[in-house]
Design a protein around this ligand. Structure first.
Ligand code: NCD
Ligand code: ZN
Length: 346
């Protein structure tokens, strides 16, 4: 390995929105070129809340892969007020479903079928705890009285800490950490708790939402935070702690849905995901820690094998296209028309 290339065990993406149909077929290869596996989010319309729906969705993804691709979608179920213990048992048994996602009702894109009160989910959560099926958490309260920038910290106090007490063995991933409080929570919780971190939260703070004007393509949920929070995330990701691992939260929306009077939340980063993480780790002077974060700690947490293949990144600047196709529409990727310092070698 020289200074101009880095080689790492092929990484996995532990939080990805692939969408469905034509849009899915447009974006899938960006992830499949880089990652061996991805935890696929279930927030379709209608949500993927049954084993049958998850298996059918999985078949559609696999059918869209080009011949020779070994990319493996790891499916999740969408937790609702009606999720049953039996469905959780079937999920754990089928071998293709690796986690269950908690969206507080109304918290984000397609979260209207989300959980209104976790007390409705006791039976499902007890089953998950005994089956070892992790709960993936969108950690934001939805109370309109709580400032948008405080919603993660308040969720931890109000919802997550009591949940961990009620279910002392439940495996929990606090997804897309965005705050110092989130990092501190994951660090101080036991081994069964981990957190994913996106590339965009490592590279951007909330100024990026307003740089020279309103920037809808930098709007996501949880929303970008202050610089002190970005620094805490970068410190956590590059610390070598196995509690923090890669989850892009790449979330494509059509350009028209973003450039709107009420724009959708989500950044598209799948086109350059591992390259963007490499930039962030390089900024922190911690490139040698990228492999643990991207390729080791995720499978270790989920009880899966680490990948055997490797990928290589070259230090070469390239210009990101202004947009990529998204079904009949287009998606504006992170860094559209700008440069990225690392390139994936085939
Ligand atoms: C995600 C989406 O568009 O599905 N959006 C986002 O801003 N991250 C949903 C989510 O993960 O919150
Ligand atoms: Zn997401």
């Amino acid at each position: 390995m020289d200074a101009m290339t880095i080689s790492l065990r092929r990484p996995d993406d532990w939080h990805l929105h692939l969408r469905d149909g034509e849009a899915m077929r447009s974006v899938l290869l960006h992830s499949a070129r880089r990652f061996a596996r991805a935890i696929v989010m279930p927030n379709l319309r209608p949500p993927v809340s049954t084993v049958a729906a998850a298996l059918a969705y999985r078949r559609r993804i696999v059918a869209a892969l080009p011949p020779g691709s070994n990319f493996k979608p790891l499916m999740t179920l969408y937790l609702t007020d009606n999720s049953s213990a039996d469905e959780m048992a079937r999920a754990a048994e089928c071998g293709c479903i690796h986690a269950v996602k908690l969206y507080p009702a109304g918290a984000t894109t397609n979260a209207d079928s989300g959980v209104t009160d976790l007390r409705h989910c006791t039976a499902a959560l007890e089953a998950m705890q005994s089956l070892g099926l992790p709960l993936l958490v969108h950690g934001e309260v939805t109370d309109p009285d709580i400032d948008v920038f405080d919603r993660e910290a308040v969720f931890i106090e109000r919802v997550l800490l009591p949940l961990l007490q009620r279910f002392p063995d439940l495996k929990v991933v606090l997804e897309h950490l965005t705050t110092r409080q989130g990092v501190e929570f994951v660090r101080s919780a036991g081994e069964r708790v981990a957190g994913t971190i996106t590339a965009h939260h490592l590279l951007l703070n909330r100024n990026a939402l307003f740089a020279g004007g309103l920037r809808p393509h930098h709007y996501c949920l949880p929303v970008l935070k202050r610089e002190i929070h970005r620094e805490a995330l970068l410190e956590a990701a590059t610390s070598g702690s196995p509690k923090f691992f890669l989850g892009t939260d790449s979330a494509p929306h059509p350009r028209s849905a973003k450039e709107s009077a009420c724009g959708c939340a989500g950044l598209y980063t799948a086109h350059a995901a591992i390259e963007l993480y490499a930039e962030a780790f390089e900024q922190a002077g911690a490139l040698e820690r990228l492999e643990g974060f991207a390729s080791h700690f995720g499978p270790d947490f989920y009880g899966l094998q680490r990948n055997k293949e490797r990928i290589t990144l070259r230090r070469e600047t390239w210009r990101v296209p202004e947009s990529y196709p998204l079904g009949k529409e287009s998606v504006v990727p992170m860094r559209a028309g700008e440069h990225i310092a690392w390139k994936l070698c085939d």
